[in-house]
Design a protein around this ligand. Structure first.
Ligand code: AMP
Length: 551
């Protein structure tokens, strides 16, 4: 027997229809690439998105075609997303922080036909333009007055391009399972792989994100979307903000502490989401200028582990709730949120901060398990750790064009490549990336755990831990640190600081001070580069043995 409910496909452009109908005047504030802070609202944004869709169709873009964006978070970029999906096409966000060759590779691999780009990226795209074999037109997200001279083929200023459409248009009808968006994984190893979101997965993922244990976002919020739209589907905010009617603040190209603070303060922001690096810059700016955050209520921190010191500072110094979150491009990307279940009520403050270091519990719509290498499920006791696997309606089933082959196990679970434990209350904690975990004497040492604690040392700005060869233990941890300005952390003081906070045998065998730690295009520590750089590093124990052997 069938249910007798209407067939109302979950189409992502219905979100902007809803926002324009129910929250037409809600503001969308952007720091424009040209400089000034500019304002629009959901009703206007929808009107302009209709023009984008109409113009794309007039230019010959058909359902399923890919249109790339290489752009910061601004209202224009958001209009492009809704316009592209409203034309039945697929937005493909390109991360400008990738290497030039990778950018060319993914645009060609996705077979993008149009590229929307910000002024910032015109020189970059000019450099690789001859390699872009599928792009027919470049639309520069600016007006005629700011349009630079460019060698790009069929380049046109966005404002002029959409002015040719009158907006008298209906969204192109598609199926809810049709492709809606694309994002390539950042690829710390190997070539980037294309993740393809459907309308249905984007709508469901966004509904999940809005729930109270997760973003807890509503029309009363002013949401600052720091997380770039080119990073993992904007953590859903391009959909969940209009879906709830939240006021949206978009930081454009400026993510430094002063610029973020200016928006937080001027726009009375209540909610925001970003990676730890951005929050670190903000906290340093606040500290240096003795500033407060009176209206900010909560921040989502994810993309890499949120250090305990950061959660504590936000909470105790600024009275801001931190929700630590974990996810990945392949999961649309949200996978867990570390909100507090009622069972945690009795915990004292420090125990609560310990818990908040965990990545959190999955919401409805994300199934999660940990297994050993043979695929056997491991106990949920907060101790046993193994491969973290996930399943759900917004989790990838394959990569674009079948790259990487079969990516699900026989039960339909996707191996995240993370190593984690899950405790009795269902809180998951990332122990490491499976490639980064340090294998010492047959046991595993979590590089992330040591890094998180090391950055709490007063002289350390950033820390990375990698395994280096050891004659007896196979691998031992090497701590690599960047000092805070005008500070010089010593190995002895750092080891002393770590003692008692991690198991004794986890203590790094050595520490090196570097000027800079390399990062991936999405701001994660690039462990492969560090492993290459220190591949011949000789630990003190081994140095001693070599000296003894020589004497
Ligand atoms: P990406 O697809 O670029 O977003 O990268 C996803 C990966 O980032 C995950 O598989 C994790 O290894 C890492 N990651 C994301 N969020 C966190 C977090 N809160 N703590 C630790 N690692 C994280």
């Amino acid at each position: 027997m069938l249910g007798l409910m209407q067939d109302w496909p979950l189409l992502a452009y219905k979100i902007i229809d809803y926002a324009a109908m129910q929250h037409p005047n809600r503001r969308i504030v952007s720091r424009s690439v040209e400089g000034p802070i500019v304002e629009t609202n959901y009703a206007e944004l929808r009107e302009r998105a209709l023009k984008v869709a109409q113009r794309l169709v007039a230019d010959g873009i058909r359902p399923g075609d890919r249109a790339a964006t290489l752009a910061w978070n601004t209202a224009r970029h958001l209009e492009c997303w809704y316009g592209i999906i409203g034309a039945g096409a697929v937005y493909h966000t390109v991360n400008p922080r990738l290497f030039e060759d990778q950018i060319a590779f993914i645009i060609n691999h996705a077979e993008d036909r149009v590229l929307f780009l910000d002024l910032t990226f015109v020189p970059l795209v000019e450099k690789i333009a001859t390699k872009l074999s599928t792009i027919e037109r470049f639309v520069v997200l600016t007006d005629k007055a700011h349009m630079p001279r460019t060698t790009l083929k069929n380049a046109v200023p966005y404002e002029e391009w959409i002015a040719a459409a009158d907006g008298n248009f209906s969204w192109v009808e598609v199926d809810e399972n049709d492709a809606c968006g694309m994002c390539y994984t950042s690829g710390t190893t190997g070539e980037p792989k294309g993740v393809v979101y459907s309308h249905r997965s984007n709508v469901l993922h966004s509904l999940i994100a809005c729930m109270s244990d997760n973003f807890r976002i509503s029309s009363r919020d002013v949401a600052l979307m720091v997380v770039p739209m080119f990073h993992a589907n904007s953590w859903s905010l391009a959909f969940s903000a209009p879906m709830t009617g939240a006021t949206l603040v978009l930081p454009g190209p400026k993510l430094d502490g002063a610029s973020i603070y200016e928006l937080l303060e001027k726009e009375n922001v209540t909610f925001s989401a970003a990676v730890p690096t951005v929050w670190l810059m903000l906290l340093q700016y606040l500290e240096a200028n003795n500033l407060e955050l009176p209206l900010l209520e909560r921040v989502i921190i994810g993309g890499s582990a949120c250090p305990r010191a950061m959660t504590k500072t936000f909470s105790e110094r600024f009275n801001v709730d931190v929700i630590h979150a974990w996810g990945m491009t392949e999961m649309s990307p949200l996978g867990t949120f570390c909100s507090l279940k009622p069972e945690t009520k009795g915990l004292d403050t420090e125990a609560k901060f310990d818990l908040m270091m965990k990545q959190g519990h999955p919401p409805f719509g994300v199934e999660m398990k940990i297994t050993d290498d043979e695929g056997r499920s491991l106990p949920r006791d907060g101790k046993a750790f193994g491969r973290l696997k996930v399943r759900g309606p917004a989790v990838s089933s394959a990569y674009f064009k079948g790259v990487g082959g079969q990516i699900l196990d026989e039960t339909g679970f996707f191996d995240t490549g993370d190593v984690a434990n899950i405790d009795e209350l269902g809180y998951m904690q990332i122990v490491d990336r499976s490639k980064d975990v340090i294998k010492s004497g047959g046991e595993w040492i979590s590089s992330i755990d040591i890094e998180n604690i090391a950055v709490g040392h007063p002289d350390i700005a950033e820390a990375a831990v990698i395994g280096v060869r050891h004659p007896k233990w196979d691998e031992r941890p090497l701590l690599i640190v960047v000092a805070k300005k005008d500070r010089t952390p010593t190995k002895d003081s750092v080891l002393e600081f770590l003692k008692g906070k991690i198991a004794k045998w986890w203590l790094p065998d050595d520490m090196v001070l570097v000027d800079e730690i390399p990062h991936t295009a999405t701001g994660k520590i690039l462990k492969t580069a560090l492993r290459d750089r220190f591949q011949n590093y000789v630990l003190p124990a081994a140095r001693g043995e070599a000296a003894r052997a020589g004497s």
